[in-house]
Design a protein around this ligand. Structure first.
Ligand SMILES: NC(=O)C1=CN([C@@H]2O[C@H](COP(=O)(O)OP(=O)(O)OC[C@H]3O[C@@H](n4cnc5c(N)ncnc54)[C@H](OP(=O)(O)O)[C@@H]3O)[C@@H](O)[C@H]2O)C=CC1
Ligand SMILES: CC(=O)N[C@@H](CCC(=O)OP(=O)(O)O)C(=O)O
Length: 345
């Protein structure tokens, strides 16, 4: 058994970590933090965890967290970078769900996030936690930066094409829709039911902070510069990311051949499921599960390929992927605690 701590246990990704880890056979959750709800029983705030988690939220305290083998940060951007150095110095493995360690270029991070990064010296050693691309590095990492929800769906969708140079890296398009839980649990005007319900909108069209993260990942896969247009949208659903990805094929190959490429690339992957040609990926089919489902289309047989990639933003897009990384780091079965199937309907 390993001892696990969660900083930010009252947020949506925090409670999702609690739900997943409560069924993990090698994990004992020893500390879960909240500043606002310190002293309150977890199941008082989250009755769905009654009879499963018997813990009280405590304030984030480095001394206590240092007693853990693994600490997850399910906190807003800018928090993990303040606390991670002390934990890492004590040999604790840190898995950060925020963006603090995702971007390799600190100047770019400071352009999109906060004016000054608190520990730029740690950025180079952080491993980007996308198991399907960085599995070996994750296994040896002490600090993992979990990918954002949009970046997970987009990178998994484009990966097989970019690795083999099958798609023109100029003019890639990622048209992506998210459920409102992607914005977290904090009260916000834009996520009120009367604002987000029965409506649908694009936002941050001029530039979203996931753009540099996605671009960094795609360029690594392609080994060349990538030109990407990324437009996020808010949909009136709670969970789910649906990415519609467009790119022009560089070779005259059939959809069947592209399908074989995806099958080959993801055939051994536990959590990437390539659907039959012509299928439509549906966020409903991954809701609550750690799966990414991918569907391939070539409308009217033209040169443009359309890839549909769906995940649950709170599972494969956040807490599930974080547990997947922990399993790899600790030598557990990669799907331990992650076997839950999607809820239907
Ligand atoms: N929601 C999603 O779909 C996804 C989220 N992420 C990322 O995961 C992280 C968490 O997101 P989410 O769960 O949605 O966020 P929430 O806003 O729902 O929760 C944030 C949590 O962090 C705690 N917290 C806030 N500030 C601090 C602080 N300074 N020190 C310690 N704890 C703090 C809060 O509790 P309290 O204030 O009581 O301490 C709360 O428990 C974010 O970085 C987000 O970008 C990544 C992928 C997907
Ligand atoms: C719907 C919605 O608001 N989504 C969030 C997704 C960001 C997120 O969670 O990502 P980080 O981990 O990079 O902060 C947003 O657009 O800000």
């Amino acid at each position: 058994m390993i001892k696990v701590g969660i900083v930010g246990g009252t947020g949506y990704t925090g409670v999702e970590l609690l739900r997943i880890l409560s069924k993990h056979t090698h994990v004992e959750i020893v500390v879960v933090t909240s500043r606002t709800d310190a002293g309150v029983n977890v199941s008082t705030i989250y009755p769905n965890l009654r009879r499963t988690i018997n813990l009280v939220f405590s304030p984030p305290d480095i001394e206590i967290l240092c007693q853990c083998d693994v600490v997850f940060f399910a906190t807003p951007n800018g928090t993990a970078m303040q606390m991670a150095p002390a934990l890492l110095a004590k040999g604790v493995k840190v898995i950060d769900l925020s963006a603090d360690f995702r971007l390799k270029n600190v100047a770019v991070w400071e352009q999109w996030y906060e004016p000054i990064h608190a520990c730029p010296e740690l950025v180079a050693s952080a491993v980007y936690g996308l198991p399907e691309y960085h599995r070996e590095a994750i296994a040896n990492a002490q600090l993992v930066a979990c990918p954002g929800c949009y970046p997970t769906a987009v990178q998994l969708g484009f990966l097989p094409l970019l690795e083999l140079g099958l798609i023109d890296t100029h003019g890639l398009i990622a048209d992506v829709k998210s459920g409102v839980s992607g914005a977290g649990r904090k009260a916000e005007l834009a996520t009120l039911m009367s604002e987000a319900g029965e409506s649908f909108k694009a936002y941050s069209v001029h530039g979203h902070r996931h753009l540099p993260e996605i671009q960094q990942g795609l360029e690594l896969m392609a080994q060349q510069p990538v030109e990407l247009t990324f437009v996020p949208h808010l949909t009136p659903m709670i969970r789910g990311i649906h990415a519609t990805l467009y790119g022009r094929l560089t070779q005259d190959i059939s959809l069947t051949e592209v399908y074989r490429v995806y099958q080959q690339r993801y055939g051994q992957e536990l959590f990437v499921d390539v659907l039959n040609i012509g299928a439509h990926a549906d966020t409903r089919n991954v809701r609550g599960s750690n799966y990414c489902q991918i569907a391939l289309h070539q409308p009217q047989g033209k040169n443009t390929l359309v890839v549909l990639s769906v995940i649950d933003n709170l599972v494969k897009g956040a807490s599930g992927q974080a547990v997947q990384a922990m399993n790899i780091m600790c030598g557990f079965a990669e799907d331990e605690g992650l076997q839950a199937l999607a809820l239907y309907p």
